[in-house]
Design a protein. Structure first.
Lengths: 267, 578
């Protein structure tokens, strides 16, 4: 997981230098645009372009990128199977009691590729964006209240600490747990439940104290300054034009080639 | 607020709806700008409540009833929320881990400056100055999630100092710090922040602190705030005046109530003479105690109960690898050793001895214990011996049950519930009157006794204990020292991690000093503590009393008995039912 956390150094990669709100808006724009695309080729092309862009722009190692793909691939496979097996249309094969249709396969592939496209964009966003800069930018460029953004950051830190707390709690419980024959401590559901409850108690208390601390540090006073503002730059404009331009080009080419299919494909 | 008082409490009484008795009763207090005030009192006397009244947390955040008026920088509490009050008050809370809220150290320190609308161009320099003031300049770019307890405390203090508040409220600012950290806090309180002169004068300071001798350093009472407010167990002001006078007048009562006091005051209560160790009368009286103290007759040491050879200790828990990732294993193993906190650790713990593990903040003391306990896989080397028991730094982490009795019985084999060992453990650790209580509602001292009892009942040959004295009052620490010595006397081995060197000297036979990524000294207590090189490499500074006892030429056993004799008045009080 830690390999996926964004570096705090904003010079780490080309995408990391871009403003977080601009990146977030572009991810949303592309996701919304492909919402209506139901042919397999268009999202496939977009996915490959996005994959290349993230590899180069966010400097994610191929291994980390592959690992981060796992949940999206799992979801995409599910979409593919459900559609291929459940949609009416020309029957391609009938393995056992099942029935695979050509239309189902096509729509399923389109939906699966769309999931991968949104997934790789999300990975690119998360790995190239420092949480603090995201919050600063949301505050500055999206006019979000600092009380909200810093509460999110405090929550983020609690999330970061949770694996450590969980390890300590589990260790503290394992010390007293009876041993199995292979020498490892037993993990009864009751102990697991106790650990979950313990984490809950610890987190609730911690949350209260952190909220108190943020108040005592003066969060909510006005006016306030921003130490490291996240100004919109020419680079952000270039990125926006590039991403939206490529998106438009792919869609138009696809339409011209007669490949692009919309919700009509469902009928 | 040129000549006005920074803090004025006028007839302040605080009630909590769940408790019949008030937490504070009719407190009157006036603190001038630049004045430093020490707040002392037994546990439960309302020290923290007093600080919370000043910060506005009581009554704005905590549902408590405040009578009387509390005015800070001219604004009465009812008109100033906690946020509004933060313009004037800087708070360091008791639990620094939950007061650090942002992912990176520099952002944390910058936050109060941004909130107070400090010019963005000036923030960089002030972040640097605040971190330097607490000796944490090197932590600036680190992630807060990766810091040790002591490092977090320094960062929290820097964030508090950075805003240069008119009133500083410090609740045990040194509880987790090594001597270098304590010295940094001392100088931060002493001089203007980062060498800059403040335009609006020095801050007023309200301080609650257990480690008074460490904080005062070599200057004794003169190194503490000049004024002391003493609170009684029921929350009213017993005395308010010059530190020297107040502490000496109330010394006997405060010692008996389990308060931490400066050594000089404690010795005055014991010997009837003032002046500390430098006064001949005090030294003579102490020598009389030494002569009367029986030579300890411990059993000879037994066989090793825990052995480590060539151990490398990782900072992080290693997840078990899946089979398909096995190819990466060799590479990972090498990387783990390279990034290990400690390497080539050889250690033997024998039955009947208490071994103390010492070292600066962040050297890997807790990680070593986790590895010795078998809870974290070693990066290299091995740990041999039967399964050890371990008491965790935060006793709350260990709780699994809903009553004290069930907590002690947790994890015992079937049949243990009926053979009386749970009841015996409850009696031995003075928990029988709490047997049916909810463990989450115990006081710090009770919780510590419970966590020790719940481990000892398992009868494992070796007990590992991580920073057990944090936040405890003196009575609870004295209890703990006795419990650990009894454990060793019963033929078990004990390993205790601590930076409280007086407690270490009171409990340990042998000392292992960690530093520079490994063991820098290992030997009998007095030999190691007399070795200036070992102290320097481990970043250790001896408390005055321990230094004096060593200079008197005492052996380890005698050091222990003298320190135990100093704890005696605390025990007498503890024997009296509350």
């Amino acid at each position: 997981m830690s390999a996926l956390l964004a570096p705090e150094d904003p010079r780490a990669s080309a995408l990391a230098r871009r403003d977080p709100v601009v990146k977030l808006a572009l991810v949303l724009a592309v996701s919304l645009a492909v919402l209506l695309v139901l042919d397999p080729v268009t999202p496939a092309v977009l996915y490959l372009l996005a994959l290349g862009g993230v590899l180069v722009g966010a400097r994610v190692s191929p291994r980390a990128l592959a690992v981060a793909h796992v949940p999206f691939v799992a979801f995409a496979l599910g979409q593919l199977l459900v559609n291929a097996l459940s949609r009416p249309g020309t029957v391609l094969a009938e393995p056992g009691p099942l029935r695979v249709t050509a239309d189902g396969l096509e729509v399923g592939t389109a939906l699966a590729l769309r999931t991968l496209l949104v997934g790789v964009l999300a990975i690119g966003f998360v790995t190239s964006t420092s949480p603090v800069r995201l919050m600063t930018s949301l505050q500055q460029n999206a006019h979000l209240n600092p009380r909200v953004t810093y509460a999110v950051l405090a929550g983020y830190r609690m999330l970061q600490e949770m694996p450590r707390e969980w390890d300590v709690l589990r260790a503290a419980h394992a010390v007293r747990a009876p041993l199995r024959r292979d020498g490892t401590p037993t993990r009864s559901p009751r102990v697991l439940l106790g650990t979950v409850f313990g984490l809950l108690v610890v987190s609730v208390r911690k949350g209260e104290r952190m909220a108190q601390s943020l108040e005592q540090r003066g969060l909510g006073l006005a006016p306030r300054t921003t130490w490291r503002p996240s100004p919109l730059t020419r680079g952000d404009a270039v990125l926006s034009v590039l991403v939206l331009g490529v998106l438009g080009l792919v869609l138009r080419t696809s339409a011209a080639a007669g490949l692009l299919a919309g919700p009509g494909a469902l009928s | 607020m040129s000549d006005d008082a920074s803090v004025v409490l006028d007839g302040v009484t605080v009630r909590h709806h769940r408790r019949p008795a008030p937490l504070l009763r009719d407190v009157h207090l006036r603190v001038a700008p630049g004045e430093h005030v020490l707040v002392v009192g037994p546990s439960g006397s309302g020290k923290s409540t007093l600080l919370r009244v000043v910060s506005g947390v009581v009554p704005h955040t905590v549902s408590a009833e405040l009578e009387g008026t509390a005015t800070v920088a001219g604004v009465p509490t009812e008109e100033a929320s906690v946020v509004e009050r933060s313009r004037h008050v800087g708070v360091l809370a008791q639990d620094p881990a939950s007061s650090v809220c942002l992912p990176v150290v520099e952002q944390e320190v910058a936050l109060p400056l941004e909130n107070r609308a400090v010019d963005a161009a000036a923030i960089d320099a002030r972040v640097d100055a605040a971190l330097a003031a607490v000796g944490a300049g090197h932590l600036r770019a680190r992630r807060t999630a990766e810091l040790s307890g002591g490092e977090v405390q320094r960062v929290a203090l820097a964030a508090t100092l950075a805003a240069e508040p008119a009133v500083l409220v410090l609740d045990e600012p040194t509880s987790m710090l090594d001597p270098a950290g304590v010295a940094a806090v001392r100088s931060a309180l002493d001089v203007t922040l980062g060498g800059r002169t403040r335009e609006d004068g020095e801050p007023a300071v309200l301080l609650v602190e257990h480690r008074l001798d460490d904080l005062a350093g070599d200057r004794g009472l003169a190194g503490l705030p000049a004024r002391t407010v003493a609170l009684s167990a029921d929350g009213h002001v017993l005395a308010d005046g010059p530190t020297d006078t107040v502490l000496h007048e109330l010394a006997t009562g405060l010692v008996a109530a389990g308060c931490w006091l400066p050594l000089e005051v404690e010795l005055a209560a014991l010997t009837g003479h003032r002046g500390g160790l430098r006064a001949p009368a005090v030294a003579d009286a102490l020598r009389a105690v030494m002569a009367a103290a029986p030579a300890p007759a411990g059993p000879p040491l037994g066989a090793p109960v825990l052995t480590a050879r060539g151990l490398a200790v990782s900072a992080r828990a290693q997840r078990p690898r899946r089979r398909w990732m096995r190819r990466a294993r060799d590479e990972d193993a090498r990387a783990a050793v390279d990034s290990a906190l400690l390497r080539d650790v050889d250690l033997d713990v024998r039955a009947g001895e208490v071994v103390a593990v010492l070292g600066a903040n962040g050297t890997g003391k807790s990680s070593l214990l986790m590895t010795l306990a078998g809870l974290r896989a070693p990066a290299a080397g091995e740990v041999r011996g039967p399964r050890p028991a371990m008491v965790f730094q935060d006793a709350e982490h260990q709780l699994v049950a809903t009553s004290v009795r069930a907590e002690v019985a947790a994890g015992l084999p079937a049949g243990a519930a009926t053979d009386g060992r749970v009841e015996a453990a409850l009696v031995e650790h003075r928990l029988e009157h709490l047997a049916d209580a909810d463990p989450h509602r115990l006081s710090g001292g009770e919780l510590r006794r419970l966590s020790v009892a719940a481990m000892l009942v398992h009868d494992r040959p070796c007990l590992l204990v991580d920073e057990p004295t944090l936040g405890l009052d003196r009575r609870a620490v004295a209890d703990l020292v006795r419990a650990l010595r009894r454990t060793a006397a019963s033929g078990r081995g004990v390993v205790v991690v601590s930076h409280d060197l007086r407690t270490v000297a009171a409990v340990a036979d042998r000392v292992v000093v960690l530093g520079q990524g490994g063991v820098v000294a290992d030997g009998p207590l007095v030999d190691v503590l007399r070795d200036p090189g070992a102290l320097r490499r481990g970043g250790l500074v001896l408390p005055a009393l321990v230094r004096w006892l060593l200079a008197e030429g005492l052996d380890g056993g005698r050091v222990r008995t003298v320190l135990a004799a100093l704890d005696a008045p605390v025990h007498t009080a503890a024997a009296v039912p509350a």
